[in-house]
Design a binder for this molecule. Sequence first.
Ligand code: C2E
Ligand code: CA
Length: 594
Amino acid sequence: MAFELSDLKEHNSELLNLLTQHLPDMLWVKDVEGTYIYANKALCEGLLMANDTEEPIGKNDVFFALREREAHKHQPSWHTFGELCFNSDIDVIKNNQAMKFEEYGNVKGKLMYLEVYKAPFYDKEGNIIGTVGAGRDITQMKKSQFDLQNSLSMLEQQRKQLEYQANHDALTGLPNRVLFMDRLTQILNVAQKYDEEIAVLFIDLDHFKEINDSLGHDIGDQILVEFTKRVETKIEITDTLSRLGGDEFCVILSDISEPDYISNIISEIVAVVKESFVVGNNTLYVGMSIGIVIYPHDGEDAHALLKNADAAMYKAKENGRNRYCFYDENMTAKAYERVFLEAELRKAFINDELVVYFQPQMDIRTDRLVGMEALVRWQHPTMGLISPVRFIPLAELSGMIVELDRIVMQKALSEFAKWEVKGLNPGRLSMNLAMKQIEENDFIAFIKQLALKENIAYELLGFEVTESQIMKNPKDSIEALQKINDLGICLSVDDFGTGYSSLAYLKRLPIKKLKIDKSFIDNLPHDAEDAAISKTIISLAENLNLKVIAEGVETQEQKKFLYDNGCYFVQGYVYSQPLAPEAMEAFLIENKAL
Ligand code: C2E
Ligand code: CA
């Protein structure tokens, strides 16, 4: 476009007029100051609110903007097109470039979107002498666009919701079977890559159908929700709990590198589920059966693992419900023992199944008895006599050791007192003591009361505390042991040589005796190292002014070695195995007759 402004008038033919005045688009021509030279009807009516097409001539957009603002001065944020149009005119001229943009503003109280096109035009020398422009009301199109966007985001929300519903259980919010299989597959992929083991627990509530049938589904649902909450508190954030349907749940344990992890989790789950469920006026107890599989041992993919976990769960149910079962039975035997024995041990206290044996402690110079050690055994109604090696560590872990040792002390003192009264010279009664016991506030009171009841002088009593337990917390041990020593009770360090005693602490401990651990005696006198260690312990005891006794002495050779090296007290099969009370009494009578 190149012509003089004055030429415009000649070009303003009827034809052009006809065209521009009847088109719905807004059209205009302005000079370089932004003053209207021409405005069509659509522009005057639709945007400028001009009375006719003559009114804008000689005026600019700022004029119309001010007029529009004046009309709406009670709405200070009222946004008009005027200033924007004026500014974009200047940009077109400054940049000497056509522009196309979208703009919105308020017109007659309504929001309007405009698509605007502006271009410069030139005189014959090529100087910009004005701009032409066209504007189109695209409000309707914009609205449709927004509506479409809204519908799309609503659809997306619905899709997400549907996806969540498709993957989760509505009642508990847990992942359902679909998501469970998906997650399990993902976890297996990682496990395979890094050569890791994972475990899957298949949990099925016992007799849940009966609860549903007799109390209604509402109560059943509440139990499932409460069950979920309880189990969730016991699993790690990285483990996945899901509800497969009905009363079936699954847990994926993705890191089982700690050997005790599975049995610990199971103990904890069993413990929280064992607590009563109070629903409305009902107090209910819920049992469960658990089947366990280990990847890759029991299956290579998610389907095989789930199938086998299910089978293991059924085996647990067949075994009498409320228990758990590994798919591989060997593992059940190992892991089951702990949970099972713990529960059985609690019953053992109530049913009085603990019995105390006594093993003589002898002076090899005279072959005379100097004392005895009380050793507990568990007379189980179906499993027979159980060794303390199997249940003492368990009792220590669960804290039951405190009660257990008190039962042993009561029984041991009661037998021992009878032998005292009968004049059978039973020497000193030595008992094993867990550090946990000594830390109990009322322990001193307990032992005082017991000694008083059985009428036994403290000097006739001894306690053996293992070296490893003392050295776990040597500073506190010194204080706690001091109180026992103050009573006049003889303290020995049990299993000496296995617990890495610090000599500095050893000197400060209120102890009277070291007990050389059986492991150093076993290979005497032939093993040079064990011989050296035994000799060292004997001379250490001598230097610290402590007595020394050897445990687990089985042969005459061992006995002679100890004698030759100055250890005169022994306990072991060479004299006697631990004896039941009647057998111990017979031993005492025989010994006395010597
Ligand atoms: P310990 O205190 O080191 O007890 C010695 C263990 O060695 C006993 O095993 C005893 O039967 C065994 N023994 C003794 N002489 C010989 C021998 O010549 N040869 C062989 N092979 N073994 C011998 P037991 O009775 O099975 O006790 C095992 C451990 O259980 C005890 O080791 C002790 O740490 C713990 N324990 C036993 N009774 C109690 C108890 O009442 N309370 C506590 N806290 N621990 C106890
Ligand atoms: Ca002992």
